[in-house]
Design a protein around this ligand. Sequence first.
Ligand code: AMP
Length: 394
Amino acid sequence: MIKSLKTFDLKDKRVLIRVDFNVPIQNDRVGDDFRIKAALPTIQYCLKAGANIVLMSHLGRPNGQVDPELSLIPVGETLADLLEMPIKFSDDCISEDAHDVSLSLRGGEIHLLENLRFHLEETKNDSNFSAQLAKHGQVYINDAFGTAHRAHASNVGVTQNFSHKGMGFLVEKELQYLSEAMIKPTKPLTVILGGAKIDTKLNLITHFAGIADYILIGGGMAFTFLQAQGKDIGNSLVDPSMLATAKAIMSRARGKSKLIFPTDFVCALSMDNSQQSEIHKVGEIPDHLMGLDIGPETISHYSEIILASKTILWNGPMGVFEVDGFHTGTQKIAERMADVTVNETITIIGGGDSAAAINKFGLMDKVSHVSTGGGASLELLSGHTLPAIYSLEL
Ligand code: AMP
């Protein structure tokens, strides 16, 4: 059993929360505060319940070295603005000073620790380092879904030191949507997959080929499947090492899941030529052109399936959505997802690029759930156990 935050008595307790503040930093400022905002419900609940809070996170990959560019100071500033209260900060997560600050917290104060990965012991899941981190709190809460697929000191090792441990609201919501909704989805279940590479989503496709009613393929990965079917794909992106795998996936899905591929594409000479694009049907893409977005016929076919679905999981853009001119397929699919959410279809966006896309189109709060963790959501959706979640079991 994993305890939910709501079950703890937090009055005057020091709560150590592992959050995921791994956000982009540009010119010493937070570039995108999505992950910080996602942690607010847990932080605000703890404050209301009369707790003092110690927050810990990693940022980037400093590989055990102190790197001022990867300091959490800008994150502390953004958090202070969002919460409209001062935040205490320590420049080393396990120093004596940092422990003293935590011990002296009173009356609902917040203490943010510097980047955990300034210590190599964090990613090594070192037990001494874990024990040093544990000294900051009396109750441990994990609300960092984005790192839950990694076994590190702050999310796995540290839990050995606590009898009072549990999950924050963000982790609980992620598990509810990504795990529960996927174990017993309201049918029809549609899985939409896109992006450039098949290999990172291989486990996911294999898992759902046979479970989902429909699997809609878009993005660059579609061409590997189309070529495996002997279709002419012009100069489009293809991964020759995945052709056999693509065939195996198609035969696994046969008779159980309808695996559906684009029938037309927006094509151009390259990603830099969005001004001179042409629509071509699959099999008729000229040799010198590459498909960079799904075409209008595909959008309308995929939209019909979305409308007929009751649970939809989406991972990976339908085209090169970052470039104006190749963004339409991804935008239209995002809009259809938002439309059906109003009619109580469960719509779930896996993390990473699809989350960035839905954010770009301003539809973040128009779908049921946008995951904060790319790798972690892929792992969980592929049916794997996440070590940091498992460590919270009592
Ligand atoms: P992935 O990391 O595998 O999810 O791939 C995401 C990337 O795939 C995005 O940056 C898109 O620009 C890219 N992408 C999507 N469709 C295509 C395509 N048809 N050709 C090349 N790249 C694509």
